[in-house]
Design a protein around this ligand. Structure first.
Ligand code: BES
Ligand code: ZN
Length: 591
């Protein structure tokens, strides 16, 4: 036995899946996907084939010539799920599993019509990273097993299906339609993705398109209208875009993340639709994953920082190329605030503050934090500083050329740094960055005169000196966020009323600013903000927003009551991941 991933039953000594075919009927009444999954293997292997499954009902297993092959479904392990062991007969190079998903399938969120913008049709979306693809299909659910796939989804009218794949012909079948997909590029299983709803699309460029519910699609097309120039900038940094198309899907608000880099179909929260393109850094981030994360993937969740740290670094480089050095610095500075917040939450000596993690018996969703993102990005920034941008850019190109379409470990990254940039790792104390807890003393500092001024103005609010509406009006989104983050910890009712009315935060469409304001409003028991806080907490599933809002609500009996009421009515509509984060946050409200 030779298992390279603590979160998978995948065994290196067994045949590997090269290609997958999914044929599924989508049943919104039962809330299940039903059909079969065929795995095409890299070799004929007589003997065991161990697959990952979780929350699936396995109905039968077959290989060509044998309609019912015996199989053995192991006991439920809390993180891994159930091992499906198949005994392949000699010569078998493909195996088909008939199965259906269940209501416990974590990757799937089934939405009632009321949870959509249109309000009349249901919606389904998947979120497989890091280890939930096994709740959608029986697979070798390990990123080392890169797969191509084809899929057929039978979907009731009038709904449309999209996947992280190229769409093919759509075939009418009575009251339903059959959507076909073909994914020609090999991906780690966590990038398998599907969404079904009442959807329309708008072309943004010859290779980019946005999908959304009909009432949102125009706004989405305007918000993300600059995507082609972002792709061009990203190509200048990383090299040619290798996935043919960059399409995006705007999901209903319960989507638990800001964005997910599903190849050929990035998933996005509708909270990015601020109306002024001020939150497109999330799109830039997901686009940057097309190279770091999707072309080169982490070998398993212990090396997650390779995905996210590289991508944040790339994101900030694209921001710099697009909006200039000052704006990029401000994004780094906002990242500092998130990073310090995460380290405080986890504890500075927590093993979860390491880049290279040990996740045996740890659920990747519980290990998730800003640390792999921002600490990882800072490690790469230091390397850049050490060798100079020109050499570092060549290094990045070389890294992508060498590892594209593979899934790698931190150790492979380290060897590559040693080979290509000899001495640089030692000079920046790379080993301490990778294995040490908390932040190393040589962490880079991100300062500018402009930011110092904003921070000073925020601090002077303690003396009642407030910026005018026209000052605020002239600030960028990042400057506004910096200002709000540096306001005095305790704000009285008059200061909160000023944020609400004076700066218009009570009604802003910019969720970054709105949530920064609502956190403070809850903490300050500022009643006029309660209805908006309730509304956001009951509809928006993005965990980055729910966690701080519930945490802020924990400060007073009255706001706790508010949060408990919201949770009691909204919990059933939350994504299971969001529900978990909220429950954990409420459990941390120690009186
Ligand atoms: N790949 C992540 C989201 C993710 C990570 C989902 C781990 C499941 C497990 C995505 O690229 C991401 O980082 N999203 C961020 C965007 C932000 C950093 C710009 C988010 O959702 O906030
Ligand atoms: Zn990411």
């Amino acid at each position: 036995m030779n298992r390279p991933d603590p979160h998978s039953y995948f065994d290196l000594s067994q045949p590997r899946t090269e290609r997958v075919r999914l044929r599924l009927a989508v049943d919104f009444k039962k809330r299940e996907l039903r059909g079969d999954c065929t795995l095409y293997l890299d070799r004929a292997g007589a003997g065991q084939l161990d697959l990952d499954t979780k929350s699936l009902v396995i109905e039968g297993v077959s290989v060509p010539g044998i309609a019912e092959l015996p199989f053995d479904l192991g006991p439920e392990e809390p993180i891994l799920g159930r091992r499906l062991r198949i005994h392949l007969p000699p010569g078998a190079r493909e195996v088909t599993v008939r199965y259906r998903t269940t209501r416990d399938s974590v990757a799937l969120q089934w939405l009632a019509p009321e949870q959509t913008a249109g309000g009349t049709e249901p919606f389904l979306f998947s979120q497989c990273q890091s280890i939930h693809a096994r709740t959608v299909a029986p697979l070798q659910d390990c990123p080392l097993v890169r797969i191509r796939y084809e899929a057929e989804l039978l979907v009731p009218r009038p709904l449309t299906a999209v996947m992280s794949a190229a769409p093919g012909a759509v075939e009418p079948q009575g009251n339903a339609r059959l959507f076909r997909f073909e994914m020609p590029q090999a991906i780690p299983p966590y990038l398998l993705a599907l969404a079904i709803g009442e959807l329309e699309s708008r072309d943004l460029s010859p290779r980019a398109r946005v999908w959304a519910e009909p009432s949102l699609v125009e706004a989405a097309a305007i918000e993300f209208g600059e995507v082609e120039s972002m792709i061009v900038q990203a190509e200048a940094l990383f090299g040619p875009y290798d996935w043919d198309r960059f399409d995006m899907l705007v999901l209903p608000p319960s989507f638990p993340y800001g964005g997910m880099e599903n190849p050929r179909m990035t998933f996005l929260t509708p909270t990015l639709l601020a109306g002024d393109r001020s939150l497109v850094d999330v799109v830039i981030h997901e686009l940057a994953h097309s190279w770091t994360g999707n072309l080169i993937s982490n070998a398993n969740a212990e090396h997650f920082w390779l995905n996210e740290g590289f991508t944040v670094y790339g994101e900030r480089r694209i921001v710099e190329a697009t909006y200039g050095r000052e704006v990029a610095l401000q994004h780094w500075a906002l990242g500092d605030i998130d990073l310090d917040g995460s380290i405080t939450r986890l504890g500075a000596d927590s093993p979860l503050t390491r880049l290279r993690q040990e996740l045996q018996n740890v659920d990747p969703d519980d290990a998730y934090s800003t640390v792999p993102y921002e600490k990882g990005a800072r490690l790469l920034y230091l390397l850049e500083q050490e060798v100079g941008r020109e050499r570092f850019d060549l290094f990045i190109r070389g890294y992508i050329a060498k590892f594209r379409f593979t899934s790698i470990t931190t150790e492979e990254f380290v060897s590559f740094v040693e080979a290509e940039l000899p001495g640089a790792g030692a000079a920046i104390k790379m080993e301490e960055w990778l294995s040490g807890v908390g932040m190393p003393p040589n962490r880079p500092q991100f300062r500018s005169a402009r930011m110092a001024e904003i921070v000073a103005r925020a601090e002077r609010c303690a003396q009642g000196e407030r910026p005018s509406g026209s000052d605020w009006g002239g600030w960028s989104r990042a400057e506004r966020s910096l200002f709000l983050d540096h306001l005095p910890a305790e704000l009285d009712a008059s200061a909160l009323a000023w944020l609400d009315q004076g700066l218009g935060l009570g009604t802003t469409r910019n969720y970054e600013l709105l949530v920064a304001y609502l956190r403070r409003a809850l903490r300050g028991e500022y009643e006029p903000a309660f209805p908006r806080a309730r509304e956001v907490m009951s509809t928006v599933g993005r965990m980055k927003y729910l966690r701080p809002l519930y945490q802020a609500a924990g400060a007073h009996p009255r706001t706790r009551e508010l949060a408990r009421e919201v949770f009691a009515t909204a919990a059933g509509r939350y994504h299971s991941l969001s529900r978990r984060v909220v429950e954990e946050t409420m459990a941390g409200w120690v009186a």
